[in-house]
Design a protein around this ligand. Structure first.
Ligand code: SAH
Length: 244
């Protein structure tokens, strides 16, 4: 069943406008009586029926609130060192599918990509769209936010999670699994992953000074996109959010 996010608080009658309305009417060719799932901006998921379909407005009547949540029990904020174009798209799409709650692109010292402010805004818009499409496809209850590109310092200042982990390929003492098991409670994790060029020593120290633990993802060096997705998947596995 198709799922649409409606930027309105939940109500019995709701209206879908903009690109989603056009998509329903002209692409999916849905008509009166077709059932869809809606998610309101106050987080209610409901079964709804189309009562009127038009190119610019689709009206739906909500039939039943669906209690089942598709959200994981742990919030992962993925702070991803800026990687080259398509890799970021891939990471964002897959991270959203896996259940990551927020993505912060971080301009790191060894990031090959440098985004001037105008380009960075355009990119952020594009990434947000990728996140939205992935959220719909994977039946998330929320659309994860892709934050504007930040420096390491800004990202650390903006994220005061009690559990902060920085995947560091030279770490040989603390593994991800042990780091997770040392936590009292796993409700929110700030997961920092480097770009293709890796994390600089200065960045590692900066993160550690902000309370992050350097963790290993095993003895092989993973590419940035592999590292981000593997680490997120391993955290979700540990908390029972991945087939648990
Ligand atoms: N520049 C490095 C590799 C960077 S890999 C090199 O070529 O040697 C990109 C990022 O993935 C790293 O910064 C780190 O955050 C993560 N990563 C990859 N493999 C890892 C591992 N085995 N343990 C921990 N982190 C890893």
């Amino acid at each position: 069943m198709h799922r649409f996010f409606i930027p309105q608080p939940y109500g019995e009658m709701m209206t879908i406008t903009g690109v989603d309305a056009r998509h329903i009417y002209t692409v999916l060719r849905m008509t009166q009586g077709t059932k869809i799932q809606i998610v309101s901006d106050d987080g209610v998921t409901a079964l709804a029926e189309i009562t009127e379909a038009g190119e610019s407005v689709v009206t739906v009547k909500c039939l039943e609130v669906l209690a089942e949540s598709h959200e994981p029990s742990v919030r992962i904020i993925l702070a991803q060192g800026l990687a080259k174009g398509e890799k970021m798209d891939f990471i964002i799409q897959k991270a959203v599918e896996l259940g990551v709650s927020e993505i912060v692109p971080v301009a790191m010292e060894h990031s090959v990509v440098r985004l001037e402010s105008e380009k960075a805004v355009k990119k952020a818009e594009r990434w947000q769209k990728i996140a939205e499409a992935a959220a719909k496809q994977s039946k998330r209850d929320v659309i994860p936010i892709v934050q504007p590109v930040q420096t390491m310092e800004q990202m650390l200042a903006n994220n005061a999670c009690s559990c902060k982990l920085i995947a560091y390929e030279c770490e040989d003492k603390l593994g991800l699994k042990a780091a997770l098991q040392k936590q009292q409670e796993l409700k929110e994790v700030l997961l920092i992953i480097g770009p293709e060029g890796g994390i600089s020593e200065a960045e590692l120290h900066q993160a550690q000074a902000a309370g992050a633990w350097g963790v290993s993802l095993g003895k092989r060096i993973l590419r940035a996109e592999t590292a981000a997705l593997v680490a997120a998947a391993a955290i979700f596995y540990e908390t029972g959010d991945l087939g648990g």
